[in-house]
Write a protein of this length. Sequence first.
Length: 236
Amino acid sequence: MADLTKLQRSLGMKFRDQGLLRKALTHGSYIHENPDVAQESNQRLEFLGDAVLGHVVAQELYQRYPSLDEGQLTEARAQMVRTETLSAVAHQLGLGGYLYFGKGEEGSGGESKPRNLAGALEALIGAILLDQGMEAARRFILEQLEEEMERAGASWQVKDYKSQLQQLSQARWKVQPTYTTEEEEKPPDTRIFVAHALVDGRTLGRGTGLSKQAAQMEAARDALETMAALEGTEEA
């Protein structure tokens, strides 16, 4: 198995229990092909790390951005813990090169698959928690997701499309925009809202989101694009 000294140096920590670190990097396919070498994959650590990640991100968003409502916080958290975000972080850390795969998974490019990378990062968080404690896990999570954390807050604070649409519709037609919002049927525990932005009785924008506020914000953005296009047509 690989020497993990270099990885620990890049992480800025030394594991007391090296077995925990190895387990965090062990894909299920490796266990199937090497039952005499390793007895457990990283799936249980991934479960633990996922829970810790969600808690730390939610708490940090809540404390850092007091102006965000529940729906905005939910959407920001979802953006930060999605597979694409986590796999990008894992790629930057070079985790793919340390993962233990079975020959089949390795031959199919397992080290670059987003799901494998995201799972390994969550498992690593779980291993850090057990080996180094909660504060170390929290510090690691926030260090790795700092840019995404800032981006999440900025996306709501800077792009207030509803305010922009209100100002523009008032200036152009002396009316306030209105919104219709309904909930779509989705799998359990997932609520998707669909909103339409109406200006002077016309539907100019449509948006979806994990909250009514997020859906309306997206609808307002779409309406602004429609209005810009209409303005360009009128000028032509």
